[in-house]
Design a protein. Sequence first.
Length: 549
Amino acid sequence: MENTKNEAKSTKLSINLNKSSDDFFIVAIGASAGGLGAFESFFSAIHSNSHMNMAFVLVQHLDPNHKSLLTQLIQNYTNMKVFEVENGMKVRKNCVYIIPPNYEMKISLGVLHLERPTKKRGHRLPINLFFQSLANDKQNKAIGIILSGMGHDGTEGIKSIKEAGGIAIAQSIESAEFDGMPSSAITTGMIDDILSPDEMPEKLINYVNGNIKSQIIVSQISYDEDILKNIFLILQNQTSHDFSMYKPSTMGRRIERRLAVNKINTIQEYYEYLKRSKNEVNTLFNDLLIGVTNFFRDEEIFLSLEKNAIPKLFLKKTPDSTIRVWIAGCSTGEEAYSIAILIMEYMQKTKKSFTIQIFATDIDESAIATARAGVYSSSITANISQERLENYFIKNSDGNSYRIHKNIRDMLIFSVHDIIKDPPFSKLDLISCRNLLIYMNIELQQKIISIFHYALNENAILLLGNSETLGELANLYTVLDAKSKLFECQKDPDNNKKTTLSRLLPTNQIYHSSQHINRLSSGVKLPLRELTENAILEQIAPSAVLVNE
């Protein structure tokens, strides 16, 4: 028996990372039913006698009425110190922390904070809560892992970790005793790796090692204009979307993560890899698109929208009027549906009836497909009141998802649209564009603010994200609610409404040199005729086509 145990130990992964910095990674592991076996496999694959640049925090659904034995059980599988969390406990690397029963947990500045649950059992989502706080606290040094469990807890938290630049891993379906939680996480399309628990430690070590190496050159990414320009050209040639006016720091962080995942040491090597791999181009593109959204996200903002903005949409409107709204960067549709619900509630409350047109757009085709379907997991119950669930959603027969009601769905038109190059909608009463401008440089931000002013009616409403401002164009708007970033469109003193869209929209540069495209493309060279047609379309294509009978 002893020999068998020694042989098992010899197969463990040996880790040796000597990094003195306290800025270490935190690996959050969420599990529910079947999680104990997965924990055993995970920690049994780590030889913990040497130092790691990681700490592990376990968040499992535990019976609130019984003392947990998980701390003692996990200690049997690892030589790291294992703690049941106490409020105010500081997280240190090379240690394991376990949530106690009947608590929810957050992390701030590396300190764990315990809170008593406010929702009844069965409606609590402690994994989401901790993952989201970890994403805010550790940014790209947050790693989220979803193990065996029923339900969907952790899915929204995974999105937050990915948005912050971290890594997401899910247990493979075939290795999970209960596959509900891993399956739900996988369907987001944001999981970096799908592995059995015993395969995960090696992936973590490779990633942490790669991240440390890539950090040496990440500052160069942000300022190496030639490399960035070439990468943007490859992206634009394959996806038709231009990232050249996005902030270099944002692009640098995303590219840094791809270097670490692919174990590539230099930006030049990654550029060469992109030229060879269409799959990696698509993966990088998807990473750049990551956006986190949910229904009524930032409750105070939606309360302000309901009170200060929605009633204004109906002022001076006649019964035959159409109220037009544009949700730019709508992702998977939750915000668009939330605004539609507010408008519907106002009409019901005031007994008014108007034609409502809500245009919801994004450059991510898969996100738009999700929005069009209007089907969401039961995790939405964390953000939607019971009354709204009953009025505007239908629970599907699977019991694990909800479908948006037809009376709300019919108010919206979802479409793939690039705010940088495609003509905007017009004669609008409200534009919501939250947390998109922050990724763009100042020049592009100002152009888009100008486009919004062009598209809005006088006294119409603009809603921006928490960290976004109007900049030099503040004179075109008055403030409705500074905290919620609600603005009212004013008449342009210089009459720039007459400015043509071709002057407002940035010129697409990718088609200006067919030779440059051919040199950078990863294999397929476009025929001269197709290149010419593309160039013409980019420059002079009309914004609309009228088709008769």
